[in-house]
Structures are given as C-alpha cells and as structure tokens.
Design a protein around this ligand. Structure first.
Ligand code: ATP
Ligand code: MG
Length: 651
C-alpha cells in the first residue's frame, strides 16, 4: 500500500481499555454527549467557546476581542485584556480562603522535605518579586533560571511572571556552554541559580557552570544564588548575591502589575531532538488558559488531588504541568529534586506511597527504565492512591503502556497519552479519561478547539489509517508566538511546509475511530525499497519481545533498497546479547509486522543516545549507522560516552 501522504503503517494494536465506571462517575467529563457538545462548539464557534472558557481566569481588565488572526502566523488572543499570571496561580486561591492549603510537597534527593502552603508560596514570590523590582529589573527584561528542582525554582518563575519579566529556564543538566548560548540568545540581564543541586547522590556544580557561562554572557548583570548544598563557591562582588540576602534587602509590597494578554511570559529552548534548539516564545493569557484547562479536563484535576508531574522545570512539561497549570487550578503539587534510582530503584514508588499521589505524569523513557529495572520495586509499595496516569514526550510503545497500566496503575487507572510540543504550550491530543476507551500507543482525540489533522504535502486530509503529516489547521490560545528574535525561522520552521497550516514536524495516522497515532518525526521516516516506514512501529514490535527494554530504528544508505533498516537494541537485565538472540529478534519483527520491516542489521547496545529530556536522538544513530565520522549538533546529548561506545561497537 503506497500512499499519497507517504508513510506506511504496519502497527496493529487492537486492545482497548475503557475507564472503570467508578472513574467515570467522578470525572469532570462523564458522557460522550457532554464532550461532543463542547467539542463541536469549540470547533464551530471558537470565539464563543474561548470567550466562555476564559472566565476560568481572573482578569484585571476584561478583553475586548477573542482572537486577532489578521497577521498570520502571528496570533493575538484576548486582546485588550489585562491580568497577572502569578496572581492567577496564587493570590486568588489565598483570597478565596485557601491560603492554608498545601501548594507544594517538596522532597530533596537526600531526603529533606517541605510542605509549602499557598499563602507561604505567595509570600515567597512577593518577596523575590519585590527584590527583583528593587534591583532595577524591568518588565520585559529576560531572566535566566538555572536551578535544581527546589521550591525556589518555582518561586523564581512565579516572581518573574508577577513582574512581567520574561523567564528562560535552562535545564540544570546543561553545560556552561549551552547555558551561555541560551542567555546570549535571550540577552538575559539576570540569572537565578543555586550553589549546586543533588543528582544521584552527587552534587551538580551549578554555580561553577554559571561562572563559566557568565564569562561569555556580557548582558547578565545580576546573579542570584540559592544556598542548596553549602559547598564553597566563588561569589563575584557587585554581580553575585546570595538569594537570602537578596530577598532580605527588600521590604514592603511587591508590585503586581496588570499585564496585557499578549505580554511575553517565557522563552524556552526546545529539547533539540532534531537539531539546534529554538527559542520558543509564549505569552500570558492564552498560555495560562491552555495549561489550566488541559489540567482540568485531561488530568481530571480536582481540589483534593495530590498531583505529581516528574518533569524538570527545564522542559515545557515542567512549565505547563508542574507550575502554571496545576497552580492555576489550586492543586497540591509534588516536586522531587533528584533521580528515580537514588538511593534505589524504588524512589518514585516510595514518593507516591508517602504523599498518596493520585495523579502521576511521566515520560516513556522513564517507563522503559522502570520496566528494565523490574516489577519488584513498584511491587514493594502501596500505589493504591493513584487514580490517573499520564505520559508525554515520545510515542509510547504499547508494551510499555500495558506495563504502566498493569504494574503502576493496578489495572484501574486510565492512562492519558498526551501529545504536544514546546511550541503548542499545552496538550493538543489525549484520551478524555472519563469517556475514552484508550488504545495503547494512540494519543486518541484532539483537545477542545484543536483542529488537528493528518494531511498530504498539499494539505489535503488523508483517509483513515493513511500515514501523513500532522498539522494544526486553526490557531489556538497557547500556541507559540514566535521564535525569539527570529521571525524568519518561525515562518520557515512551522508555516512554510504545508501552508497555511501549522506543521508539527511529526508523522501520524488517524484510525477509523478518529484516534490519532503519532508515528514519530517525519525526518526519521525510512524509505525501504519504495516503502516509507515510520520507525516507531518497528521499535514497538522489538520492545514487545520479552528480552528487549528499548529499541531505536534508523535507516542507513543501501545500494539496492535505497535504505536499509538498522536497529539499536538494549536488553532487559540478565539477557545475553548473542547472535542467536539477534536472529530471533529479526524473525520476531518479520512475524509481528512483516518481512518489509525486518531489520537488516541489529546491534545490541548498553544505552541509546538521548536528549537531556530523555528522548532518543535518532539523527545521531543515523550518522553512526551510516559510519559517518562526525555527527550533527550534540550539545543537547545527555551522555557523550554513549556515542563513543556505539562507535567502538562498530569496529
Ligand atoms: P526539537 O524540536 O528541538 O527537535 P523536540 O521536538 O524533542 O526538540 P519537544 O517540544 O520537547 O522538543 O518535544 C515535542 C515532540 O515530542 C513532539 O513533536 C513529538 O515528536 C514528541 N512527542 C511528545 N509527546 C508525544 C506523545 N504523546 N506521543 C508521541 N510523540 C510525542
Ligand atoms: Mg520539536
């Protein structure tokens, strides 16, 4: 079957997991009819729908217009309106009498713990915001945040948001070089950091990296340092201040200005899975509304939930689903500083048991690691408090999905497989937990107001089960407003391929039920003897084998077939990587999906190259499979030694 969209689909996944009647009975959306009515309105009368939904936010000045799309691709939402994000996340809960409610349940890697109420968090944010304003940092200035996962990181984001300072959070695992690049691109005037943070029992020397970065980032005038680990650090007079001294220097009321709906909230650089990171810009009202509504409907978030999203604040998931979305909803948020395998493989499950977490959101890369480590760790803990599970970041292989459902969810929790991007700001496609019978590997149905489609190169919608390009055909409130300082890259990257639509860069198909199946990046599609295959499906077949933990499949040039399939496979603990298993796995893929998908070459490896957010970097594997000496941009690679060992294996 060759198709106009050009990507063939070979995956057959027919299992279906409806929510339990008990879950549905308490869900925010309980019936298909209720969902359909709202969805229809969101697509047919978007202005009415968004106008109504915008009443979930607290406005200082009401907006006059829902959407201004007169200058595409530059959207303006809720124009004329004014609000303050930090006041939406904090002040309004305090004002409603919920100041005593726990906002953050924090746990450091060494085991230190804190519970911070909404009133406390509000007070801390006001003090930092006041001190930042007193230091002369002005609305619109950019502030870099390079911090471990400690409460002050959330305080820093909200304090910037309160003043209208544009934050750019840089993941604490990035090098001095990457930090300097991002601060220079954003022309940051200040950086908020810590002396260090804990990761796998060791100290990450954040301040040392900042010092090296600041030598190359002349725009930064202030460096504010939280004392986390207490190890000695250099403090440069006139530039560096301890956080505690900085906030003590200010007393009085912090300003809480009314900011326009379109005021920029943050710049965030993408993970860099496909190339050089882009400085994605998000603005105030539309972003917050997207993050908040998806929390309410997709995580089914209620007042009594204890919600834990394991993402670092350095990623968009940490922005939308650890900070802005759940706090705007007034939820109790769990925050953990360290690694999932410290001091042992049971740390996450221990945290879920201790805080009685009800909603848990993590990434496929983590789930595949849990599978690899073994069931005994989750089985030692009481996970009965959980009622909903989520995943984001990569396509989830059906085997990993069913493991998550069975071992973590005890068979009773719906799983929301949420597809979205740094650029989309909030979840675009996901099951609706109270009504959708989920199918492993599918991110199901578009969210309200999201006109998601699978199209060919010309933008024509493709028939069911035909692979093609995933696009969004109408603007949505939490969409990116641009690439910082580079309108041309914004147009080029997202709007020129399939005009006039927003092109996601991902390949997908839609099945006969209307469910979406993301097949991976279109750049990763492999062309084997005239068949264009999405690699995710071959990978899922490999992962379904009892010995396999993870797999990545890429194409390498082949004289006869155009491209040959090369599979990189990591095994579960205790399996032997021998020729016999290689042959068995190749035969397994042939049996599961057909001879066309049989890997021509299969290599065992200890680990796969990943971005620091845990996504497999197939572009590097492509270069390795092709035997290239040097590979593309590796600044976002998590572990450089992986490349060296993959190369060594080749010899
Ligand atoms: P860059 O754009 O710099 O290459 P990136 O695309 O990895 O980096 P993110 O914005 O963090 O940066 O990731 C978004 C991408 O992650 C999506 O385009 C998609 O490829 C993948 N993704 C996220 N969630 C899912 C999901 N639930 N199912 C399938 N793929 C997903
Ligand atoms: Mg991307």
């Amino acid at each position: 079957m060759s198709t106009p969209g050009g990507i063939e689909s070979t995956l057959q996944e027919l299992r279906s997991f409806p929510p339990s009647p008990e879950f549905t009975a308490q869900a925010v959306i309980r019936t298909q009819a209720e969902f359909d009515q709202l969805y229809q309105q969101s697509i047919n009368e978007p202005e009415t729908f968004w106008r109504n939904q915008a009443s979930n936010l607290t406005w200082i000045k009401p907006f006059s217009r829902v959407l201004d799309w007169s200058n595409p691709p530059f959207a303006r939402w809720f124009t004329g309106g004014e609000l303050n994000i930090s006041s939406n996340c904090l002040d309004r809960h305090v004002a409603a009498g919920n100041g005593h409610k726990t906002a953050l349940l924090w746990e450091g890697e060494p085991g230190d713990r804190l519970a911070i109420s909404y009133a406390d968090l509000h007070a801390q944010v006001c003090r930092l915001a006041g001190a930042l304003a007193a230091a002369g940092i002005r609305t619109g200035d950019r502030v870099a945040i390079y911090m471990p996962m400690i409460p002050e990181a959330v305080v820093a984001m909200l304090a910037c948001a309160r003043l209208g300072l544009v934050h750019t959070v840089v993941f604490g695992g990035f090098s001095a070089e990457s930090l300097a690049d991002r601060m220079n691109d954003a022309k940051a005037v200040a950086v908020i950091t810590a002396d260090g943070g804990y990761r796998r029992g060791k100290i990450v020397e954040l301040k040392k990296n900042v010092d090296a970065a600041l030598a190359k980032a002349p725009s930064v005038r202030h460096c504010i340092v939280v004392k986390r680990t207490g190890q000695p650090v250099d403090m440069k007079a006139g530039r560096d201040t301890w956080y505690s001294d900085f906030i003590d220097s200010f007393s009085g009321d912090a300003p809480c200005p009314a900011l326009q709906s379109e005021h920029p909230l943050f710049i965030l650089y993408t993970s860099g899975t496909t190339g050089k990171p882009k400085g994605v810009v998000h603005s105030t009202a539309g972003y917050l509304l997207g993050a908040m509504l998806t929390c309410k409907y997709i995580f089914d978030l209620k007042n009594e939930d204890i919600y834990w999203c394991t993402a670092d604040i350095g990623w968009v998931t940490g922005h939308s689903y650890m900070v802005y979305g759940p706090l705007a909803c007034g939820a109790t948020v769990v925050m953990y500083e360290g690694a999932p395998n410290h001091p042992d493989f049971g740390r996450f499950w221990e945290i879920i048991e201790r805080y009685k977490v009800t909603v848990f959101y993590t990434a496929p890369t983590a789930i595949r690691a849990f599978v690899k480590w073994g069931d005994e760790y989750p089985n030692q803990h009481n996970l009965k408090s959980l009622r909903l599970l989520g995943t984001v970041g990569e396509p989830i292989n059906p085997e990993a999905w069913t493991w998550y459902h069975r071992v973590i969810g005890g068979g009773r929790c719906p799983i929301v497989d949420t597809w979205w991007q740094t650029e989309t700001g909030s979840i675009m496609c996901s099951p609706m937990p109270g009504i959708t019978a989920a199918t492993p590997g599918s991110c199901a149905i578009p969210f309200f107001g999201i006109d998601l489609a699978v199209v060919d190169r010309q933008g024509n919608e493709l028939p069911p089960n035909t692979g093609g390009y995933l696009v969004i055909r109408k603007p949505w409130p939490s969409m990116l407003r641009g690439v910082y300082g580079d309108d041309e890259r914004f147009r080029q990257q997202y709007w020129r391929d399939i005009p006039p639509f927003y092109f996601t860069g991902d390949g997908a198909r839609r099945d006969e039920k209307g469910f979406f199946w993301v097949m991976g990046r279109v750049d990763d599609v492999v062309n084997v003897a005239g068949h264009r295959l999405g690699t995710m499906e071959v990978e899922s077949a490999l992962v379904a084998h009892a010995s396999v933990a993870e797999a990545a499949v890429v194409g390498r040039p082949d004289e006869l077939k155009g491209q040959a399939l090369c599979a990189f496979v990591t095994l579960k603990a205790g399996r032997t990587p021998d020729e016999k298993l290689k042959d068995e796995l190749k035969a397994w893929v042939t049996r599961e999906i057909g001879a066309i998908a049989r890997p021509d070459e299969l290599r065992f490896t200890e680990s796969l190259p990943k971005t620091r957010s845990g996504k497999i970097m197939r572009r590097l594997l492509r270069d390795i499979a092709a035997g290239k000496e040097s590979v593309g941009d590796t600044s976002t690679l998590e572990d450089y030694s992986v490349l060296a060992s993959l190369r060594a294996d080749q010899e």
